[in-house]
Design a protein around this ligand. Structure first.
Ligand code: ATP
Length: 387
């Protein structure tokens, strides 16, 4: 209800190991609080009594291990209670990972904690599982590194990027990941098929930088990482998963919701004795999103990047001369003419070629990134972007 209208508050009693699944209404936010008991949202405990406000369209679940009463104020698109969830299996995985972190911390020889990669088709709950594993680990005082390779629906920064950030506290259920110093690589498209080689090159760059950071930081090395991936698991998408597993030296592969992908990965990773491939059930609560919805949420994420979740950031514009700016595009530059190539070679454009772009109307409504590179040829290699 609007100002002055009394809106109905409702209470929901949750039995142990059950969850309240909610899709917030399309036009109004929802307020919710924990009245008694204990409950968590994707791994982060709710503070008792405090009202939290969830924006329109938000989809989430309040889970309780031991029972809880929840109060809601506002309307929802749907809300229902479910007592069948895969949470016990998820928390068991967490317990195993935790054991490995302790082992890593205790032994100076293999001080590397678990490197977990979460894979599965779109809408299998990959981001959600990643988030839970990170929040549970942070709650126990670890500082795991979150790596998000999902350029379409990533949760660290704006779409079109791959990024990594240490997680030091359980992730805020509303605000998401707090960004102190994320490492961000700008890819610039929402699907890797636009330039597969560039995507791979950026993944490799990110992995190398993290590897270097781990060398000097025993705490984050023992805490390990959780890597979230894209839902594209066929053909080139599958190849990119193998590339990521390899590049990050992942040693735990969690496969969500697809038998076929699980058996494929298990077979090809059989030769690597220190890589465990585990199959996990998809939660019935994961909401499928249409491609239109995905597109909308990408626009929303871009907006959020500039203005904040609650419109609390005020981006300001800077005026600069065209002559002071250099805009480049990676890949897709003009191809070498056939006459300039060795006989028999195809004039394929170099996917990592950095080509200058004219500043004109085509750049209207386009998101660009500011690079730390000193020279154009360093844009791909060894430089992340300024946020
Ligand atoms: P993509 O491949 O598109 O990135 P994904 O596999 O990472 O998808 P998620 O983003 O984890 O899937 O989940 C999809 C949506 O379902 C999200 O909005 C998430 O908040 C919601 N969701 C996940 N689990 C639950 C649950 N148990 N109850 C209610 N909503 C849920």
């Amino acid at each position: 209800g609007g100002a002055g209208t009394a809106s109905a508050t409702r209470q929901v009693k949750l039995e142990k190991e059950s969850e309240l699944r909610i899709e917030v209404a399309n036009d109004t936010p929802l307020r919710l609080r924990l009245l008694n008991g204990t409950a968590e949202i994707f791994g982060t405990e709710l503070p008792p009594q405090i009202w939290l406000t969830f924006p329109p369209h938000f989809k989430f679940a309040v889970f309780t291990w031991y029972g809880a009463t929840i109060e809601m104020d506002g309307s929802t698109e749907t809300d229902y209670t479910a007592d069948e969830t895969p949470m016990v299996s998820y928390v068991n995985v967490h317990a195993v990972l935790d054991g490995r972190r302790n082992q890593a911390k205790a032994s100076p020889e293999s001080s590397q904690g678990p490197r977990v990669i979460v894979v599965g088709p779109t809408d299998s709950g990959k981001s959600t599982l990643s988030r839970m594993l990170l929040s549970w680990a942070a709650k126990q005082g670890w500082k795991p590194t979150f790596v998000d390779l999902d350029i379409g629906q990533g949760s660290i920064t704006a779409p079109g990027c791959i990024a990594a950030t240490p997680i030091e506290l359980p992730i805020d259920p509303v605000e998401g990941i707090s960004l102190e110093m994320p490492l961000v690589y700008f890819y610039g498209h929402t699907t890797p098929s636009q330039n597969v080689d560039l995507y791979k090159a950026l993944v490799k760059e990110l992995a190398q930088i993290l590897e270097r950071q781990f060398t000097g930081n025993a705490e984050s090395r023992a805490s390990g990482m959780v890597i979230n991936t894209m839902g594209w698991i066929e053909g080139v998408g599958y190849e990119l998963l193998l590339h990521a597993i390899d590049t990050f030296n992942a040693n735990v592969v969690l496969v969500l919701g697809q038998e076929k992908l699980f058996s494929m990965l298990r077979d090809v990773l059989k030769s690597k004795p220190n890589v465990d491939v585990l199959k996990l059930q998809k939660s019935g609560g994961v909401v499928s999103r249409s491609s239109k919805f995905r597109q909308k949420s990408r626009s929303y994420r871009i907006r959020e990047y500039f203005y904040g979740i609650a419109n609390d950031l005020s981006p300001h514009s800077n005026i600069a001369n065209f002559s002071d700016l250099f805009v480049y595009r990676i890949g897709g530059g003009p191809q070498a003419p056939r006459s300039a190539l060795p006989i028999g070679a195809d004039p394929v454009a170099n996917p990592l070629r950095v080509a200058p772009v004219n500043i004109d109307r085509d750049l209207l409504h386009v998101v660009l990134a500011v690079s730390y590179a000193q020279e154009p040829d360093q844009i791909v290699s060894r430089t992340s972007i300024k946020r």
